[in-house]
Design a protein around this ligand. Structure first.
Ligand code: MRU
Length: 342
């Protein structure tokens, strides 16, 4: 495994080059930009678990590359064994983002179809690249579709990170903001810090700065005051899993925002590719929520802030009921409540 240290003006978060998967270690951002290069699927599984690579679409794409790598340089008679082990390992990494399972199953279907081919690695790699390419296109179309919800130059509040650091392309909710900004429709962005792992203050702020979009960061508890003071025209976030009725799992704190928007009469939008829709779930009650290690609550920036014996409550995601969501933007269209994604 190789670690490259670079200080790029521009940035990429994942890429596949020379039979290696290269990712920007997001746990080190924004102070350090370190790229890690690997062709070992176990290292990639760890990267997903530790949130070195994160965001629903990006987790799916990353897992697809890992599946292809699991049979690289493996004798044909061991394809099945190695592939199954990698599938099980990657499926255990993070339970909530449905994009992970979508991508794993896409690659698995390809495996089943072509498992007797000698060049199976190349076939699976092409599948992973296709999943990646598709996401780049979905991001572009989400950005374009989403920019149509702006009817004037607006102040936007967002939560967590949904940009290039969370997808294969330029983002979902983030790319709506970026596209609208390029059309002169964004005045200012308020980025929620996003406790406990600070995807807002560390990652979204990093991307807003790279894209020269004016912004401020605030702790999650400050969103209510911003709305009370009339400083927020709309809220837009991403999603990790959307049920057929529009109930949406996203980063913990998203539900708070939806409730606040409802109270203050501020439109609340979700932006996500259709790969985030779980077509097996009628409503959000069946969404599996990931609970994270208590250390993420008891520590801040590597420093312990509360006694280790304290109990914690640490869901990584919450589910926003669909009636609180003004619209759901996908690469296909902008959908409005009531939703029926069948
Ligand atoms: O735990 P994370 O950082 O992977 O959570 C990410 C989010 O909740 C994002 O909002 C979601 O995955 C959409 S990313 C386009």
């Amino acid at each position: 495994m190789q670690t490259l240290e670079v200080g790029l003006d521009n940035y990429f978060s994942i890429k596949f080059e020379n039979d290696k998967f290269i990712f920007l270690d997001q746990t080190k951002l924004p102070l350090t930009e370190i790229y890690v290069e690997t062709d070992y699927y176990e290292r990639i599984a760890e990267a997903i678990e530790r949130l070195e690579v994160r965001g629903a679409p990006q987790i799916g794409i990353t897992a697809a590359y890992a599946m292809a790598l699991s049979i690289k340089n493996v004798p044909q008679k061991l394809f099945q064994e190695k592939f199954d082990a990698a599938y099980k390992r990657l499926a255990r990494t993070r339970p909530t983002a449905v994009n992970l399972f979508f991508a794993l199953n896409e690659v698995k279907n390809e495996f089943e179809k072509f498992k007797h081919e000698k060049n199976l690695y190349a076939i699976l790699l092409n599948k992973a690249k296709e999943i990646h390419r598709n996401d780049v296109e979905y991001c572009e179309r989400i950005g374009e579709n989403g920019s149509k919800i702006f009817n004037r130059k607006s102040n936007v509040l967002t939560h967590c990170n949904t940009g290039r650091l969370a997808t294969g392309g330029d983002g979902t909710a983030f790319n709506v903001i970026k596209t609208a900004h390029s059309k002169g429709l964004v005045n200012f962005v308020y980025a929620d810090e996003t406790r406990p792992l600070l995807q807002g203050s560390r990652l979204t702020a990093f991307e807003l700065e790279k894209n020269k979009i004016p912004f401020a960061i605030q702790t999650d508890s400050m969103a209510a005051v911003l709305m009370q003071q009339g400083k927020v025209d709309l809220v837009i976030t991403g999603a990790d899993r959307i049920a057929l009725n529009g109930d949406t799992a996203n980063k913990i704190g998203t539900y708070n925002l939806a409730v606040l928007c409802n109270f203050h009469n501020v439109p609340f939008y979700i932006a996500a590719p259709t790969t985030t829709i779980d077509r097996s779930l009628a409503s959000g009650s069946g969404i599996i929520i990931e609970y994270r290690n208590k250390k993420e609550i008891l520590n801040f920036n590597g420093h312990q802030i509360a006694p280790e014996n304290y109990e914690t409550f640490s869901p990584a995601f919450d589910v926003t009921p669909s009636h609180l969501i003004t619209g759901i933007i996908t690469e296909e269209s902008v959908n409005f409540f009531p939703y029926n994604f069948i």
